[in-house]
Write a new protein. Structure first.
Length: 331
């Protein structure tokens, strides 16, 4: 069912609740844990027609309906001098509601943390499923009752999502002889507050060989660092990469979701997608690495699993302000 209003959402939930019919909520269906598969049959509640950006408040909070695409939100916010604090690599397709109910973070998280951190999500209106469905407002700490709950405890119908002042970004790649070199360089940029960045990621070979549409930024048998950095720091970043032993292979402006090439399309879980295009046997694991011990952890994992595990890291600011290596290695 494709509701167009909160009243229609309530009517569907009242009908289903009274009859014990399962309801599976759906944004754009990119969630990669099977959450949108209606295992019990019943109703698929597709929110994609509830896609209005209602307002951007003067202090930079986007008030919107859940079906709004993140790519549209980013484009509209940039017109008013704001941008998304973070978005998944599925930016172009994914909805705001699906991201908040099913995602965790992404491009931007190196500076702004995940969805759970730093008041990034201000409030929700949620419709409950019961005899007489209620619209409940969850504000401040109460957003954590709903965030990342996959729609199991209510249907988001209105969202207050904090933005950041827009920055002119440059997309940047550099190739390094070894993964260790590329990792150290990327980590030094990610961890230092003097760099204004939206993305800091690093890939060991052969992962870059999977990125066929952007093979011009890849060098054979070399590791790749991929960053988004404030445009005015791009020159300094090139110099830093070269003095760390890297070859700058791309430096070009980011103009929003339609930028070509859109290098964020190769990071986070899109890395897995490109690996699977090369060989359908690949999948990924979600790992926790220690910010201080990760070099030793890489060696231990390599010793134990050899080339069965391929590293790429997306750096993330944790809730206590420390930048940590986020790891979803390809296996
Ligand atoms: C290649 C690939 C890369 C990805 N990269 C990232 C990434 O970088 N970061 C990240 O966090 N995630 C990532 N994901 C997971 C997913 O794409 C994102 O979380 C995305 O934001 C989901 O949005 P969607 O609109 O497609 O949601 P859907 O898949 O439609 O829904 C996701 C979950 O939210 C629920 N839901 C949807 N709308 C509502 C609503 N209005 N109210 C209540 N519940 C609702 C659904 O029932 C489901 O459980 C990736 C997935 C893929 C396949």
């Amino acid at each position: 069912m494709l509701p167009v209003s909160e009243d229609e959402v309530r009517a569907v939930l009242r009908f289903a609740g009274a009859r014990g019919i399962a309801v599976t909520v759906r944004g754009a269906g990119t969630g990669n844990y099977g959450q949108c598969v209606p295992l019990e049959g019943g109703i698929v509640l597709d929110l994609s027609l509830m896609d209005k950006l209602e307002e951007i408040t003067p202090d930079g909070v986007a008030v919107c309906q859940p079906g709004l695409r993140l790519g549209v939100q980013e484009t509209e916010a940039r017109k008013e001098g704001w941008e998304l604090r973070m978005y998944p690599s599925t930016l172009v397709k994914a909805s705001v509601g699906g991201f908040l109910a099913g995602g965790s973070g992404g491009i931007g998280s190196v500076t702004h943390g995940g969805l759970r951190d730093f008041d990034n999500v201000r409030a929700f209106e949620v419709v409950t499923m019961e005899e007489e469905p209620r619209v409940v407002l969850h504000e401040r700490a109460a957003v954590h009752e709903i965030l990342h709950a996959w729609g199991t405890n209510g249907v988001l119908t209105r969202i207050w999502f904090a933005l950041a002042p827009a920055v002119r970004w440059t997309q940047f790649t550099a190739a390094f002889d070894s993964y260790e070199q590329a990792f150290c360089f990327t980590e030094s940029i990610a961890a230092s507050s003097s760099w204004s960045k939206r993305l800091a990621s690093v890939f060991e070979w052969p992962i870059p060989s999977f990125f066929t549409p952007v093979k011009q930024v890849v060098r054979q048998v070399k590791a790749l660092a991929l960053l988004m950095i404030a445009a005015e720091q791009a020159e300094a970043l090139s110099a830093a990469a070269e003095s760390a032993g890297g070859e700058v292979t791309f430096s070009g402006v980011y103009d929003g979701p339609r930028t070509q090439p859109l290098l964020s399309d190769y990071t986070w879980n899109h890395t897995t997608l490109w690996a699977m295009k090369a060989n359908a046997a690949y999948t990924y694991l979600q790992c926790g690495l220690s910010p201080t011990e990760c070099s030793r952890q890489f060696c231990l994992l390599r010793e134990r699993f050899g080339d069965e595990i391929l590293f790429h890291i997306e750096f993330i600011k944790s809730g206590d302000g420390v930048v940590i290596p986020g790891a979803i290695p390809v296996v």
